[in-house]
Design a protein around this ligand. Sequence first.
Ligand SMILES: Nc1nc2c(ncn2[C@@H]2O[C@H](COP(=O)(O)OP(=O)(O)O)[C@@H](O)[C@H]2O)c(=O)[nH]1
Ligand SMILES: [Mg+2]
Length: 336
Amino acid sequence: MTSPFENLGRLLTYEDLREKISARYIKLNRKLKTSKDMTIKAKELARINLVYGNIKNYFEKIVHTMPHTSKIHPFYLDLLDVLVGVNDYKKSIVRISKAIRILDKIHKECLSMFRLTSKPNEYAEIRRNCIGRLLSVLKRNRKYIDFLAHATLKLRDIPSINPETPTAIVAGMPQVGKSTLVKAISTAKPKIAPYPFTTRNLILGHIIGRDFKFQAIDTPGLLDRPLSERNPIELQAVLALKHVKGIIVYLFDVSVTGYYTLKQQLRVLSDIEEAFDKEIIVALNKIDVADLSKVKELIDTLKSRGYERLFKISALKGIGVKELKDTIISELRKIS
Ligand SMILES: Nc1nc2c(ncn2[C@@H]2O[C@H](COP(=O)(O)OP(=O)(O)O)[C@@H](O)[C@H]2O)c(=O)[nH]1
Ligand SMILES: [Mg+2]
């Protein structure tokens, strides 16, 4: 399972749909003018059926292609909410399915009006009336049609990660080496997936063995600064990651040139501990250019916070990466 919105086609806006129906109507009229073996009544019915059929088919397409919220994984439901709003999404679909029933009712009434009248000079009047009513149903739903047309454009961009596949979510402040590590432990060509509220993209790689296939994600712009500094919408987008099954790999930069202080890096770790109910593996990166006093201080602090197992690595030089990767795999195995 990946994003339920991945294969959504492009939906028409109200204007697009209106134009399409007009074009088809004009084409039908041209055909009807030259067709001699049809009665006037049959021709008027064909006009009504064209308008009815086109609106109804389109509404049914919407109702059938938009995933039902009860079937959307919580991870994607959170992202749906952040991007377009779950309530508006639900409401639009419900309104459009109600509109289908109204279209059917109008259509049925039109057919009986034709049956009841015996005056051919009334056929055109009935047709005008029916088509007018059908088009006004379309117009009354303009808001919902346009909402869903715009929503699908955003929803198609949701990252296609499988929230049920055990995943190593790599976190840490900017420049600590997250991307370098994800490249080192996962498939060479990670998939790039846009993520709401990050200017950069989420990077998805796979850790593949003979009998397993796990995910590794690099989270630029997500788990790289204090969560308390996020606005509520952004926070919700970040916290959607809660629903992804897996562990967090938290990286510290312990290099002499590291931009962020240990205190800042420890604060982000605390935020993540608090917000996520996930196992956290901590690694001290850039050990090849480490500031040894920083390393000692950090190890002492982390031990006092209950982190027994700490990895000293250089994601760039490959030092300690294999041990870290093996541990990640065995932790992911436990939850798979
Ligand atoms: N010396 C050294 N540099 C590293 C190491 N890991 C990453 N870097 C460098 O640190 C910078 C930031 O790395 P990057 O993976 O982009 O960090 P991110 O922002 O957390 O994704 C890059 O210039 C990397 O080459 C390491 O283990 N040792
Ligand atoms: Mg990066």
